[in-house]
Ligand binder design. Structure first.
Ligand code: DP6
Length: 361
């Protein structure tokens, strides 16, 4: 599909009002997206596990208004008005206006909440933008009931990408790939696709425990971090490496090669942070406890032969990845050994999930 496929149809009979609700999960990248060009086109392809427990639920109520000059919306986060999120939503609506021509016809009330604790340091932009995009697509579907499911979900992912890049990987389930790749049929810079190759069942129930090392505001936002990949001395090689890592991942995912998985995933995480440390200006998002956790994971893996590994997103938190069959002993290890490095001892057990769902009002 191309940009033109996402242009709006010719709607008639706009409903007076209504309400739609969607729940969209967070995701954790195995091969990282880091670097982009306008508008929200990734510098390299990426792939992520869709999560399950960490999710955002968003309701959009819509009511016809008299004037069509500007966007009109109220925003509530966990039941309270949230003024500081509004500019981001405003920019998002401006970006997607040409794809959804009804946006200025309505006043919207957007109510959103996260399943994970407030200010846990978990980025909610992926799940948040995905849930909002699905709500808006749901309204478009009411105006254009013939739209088929593949267009519906591809366009939801396309819109979500315009809100936050990684959000385009939070629509569908299990493993989602985003970014044009010569050897991945159907891959696109414009939206995420369900990973089209064989995946060993071990990865369909993979566990991810998020160790909340630091819950405060990040020192440098992802948006700034992406920008620092322009004129970065190692950028070109990094982008090539991400593409070859997607090739390398193919047999690993098909065969359930956990040793190969661990090497690739940990290398991706550390490379992401190496890119931050070698940007100009340079910055570091890992904290001493991040390092302690990583060292303890390596030691535990060495001593027990348990195939646990870590990945990191753009922050200090550590995602601990392991097969469901090792759940019990790994969770003991977390409780006994890693929890002390988490802020207030907090962590969240999650696992690979099926993607976003519609909630009936
Ligand atoms: C490190 O999607 O948050 O998590 O497109 O500017 O909103 P924007 O960035 P964002 O970047 C995510 C970066 C990452 C890696 C990844 O999820 O692939």
């Amino acid at each position: 599909m191309t940009e033109n496929d996402f242009l709006p149809g010719d709607y008639q009979n706009l409903p007076e009002k209504g309400k739609v609700t969607w729940k969209a999960p967070s995701n954790i990248a195995l091969v990282k997206y880091w670097g982009k060009r306008p508008v929200q086109i990734p510098a390299n392809p990426s792939i992520s596990f869709t999560l399950d427990a960490c999710a955002t639920t968003t309701s959009v109520s819509f009511e016809k208004k008299n004037t069509k000059e500007s966007f009109s919306f109220d925003l509530f986060f966990e039941g309270k008005p949230k003024e500081d999120f509004k500019p981001k939503i405003q920019t998002f609506l401006e970006r997607i206006e040409i794809y959804l021509s009804f946006l200025k016809e309505y006043h919207f009330t957007i109510e959103t909440s996260n399943s994970f604790p407030h200010s846990s340091g978990i980025a909610s932009s992926a799940s948040g933008m995905a849930a909002l995009s699905l709500c808006l697509m749901d309204i478009e579907k009411q105006l254009n009931p013939k739209m088929d499911a593949s267009l519906f979900f591809a366009k939801a992912s396309y819109l979500a990408r315009l809100g936050s890049g990684s959000a385009c990987r939070s629509i569908k389930g299990n493993l989602v790939q985003w970014g044009k790749h010569l050897n991945i049929p159907g891959s696109s810079d414009l939206y995420g696709i369900e990973y089209p190759f064989e995946v060993n069942p071990v990865f369909e129930t993979y566990c991810d425990t998020i160790l909340l090392v630091h819950k405060g505001q990040k020192q440098v936002s992802s948006t700034v971090g992406h920008q620092l990949m322009h004129n970065h001395p190692y950028a070109e090689n990094r982008f090539k490496q991400a593409s070859s890592n997607l090739d390398n991942l193919k047999p690993i995912l098909a065969n359930g090669d956990l040793e190969g998985f661990i090497k690739l995933v940990e290398s991706e995480a550390l490379t992401l942070h190496a890119m931050m440390m070698t940007s100009m200006p340079y910055f570091m998002l890992m904290k001493p406890d991040t390092m302690e956790i990583i060292n303890k994971i390596w030691q535990y893996r060495e001593e027990t032969n348990t195939p646990v590994c870590f990945t990191l997103d753009a922050g200090a938190n550590v995602h601990l990845l392991y097969p469901a069959s090792d759940k019990e002993k790994v969770r003991d290890f977390i409780k006994d050994t890693l929890a002390e490095h988490c802020e207030n001892g907090q962590y969240i057990h999650d696992q690979v999930g099926e993607g976003a769902i519609k909630i009936n009002n």
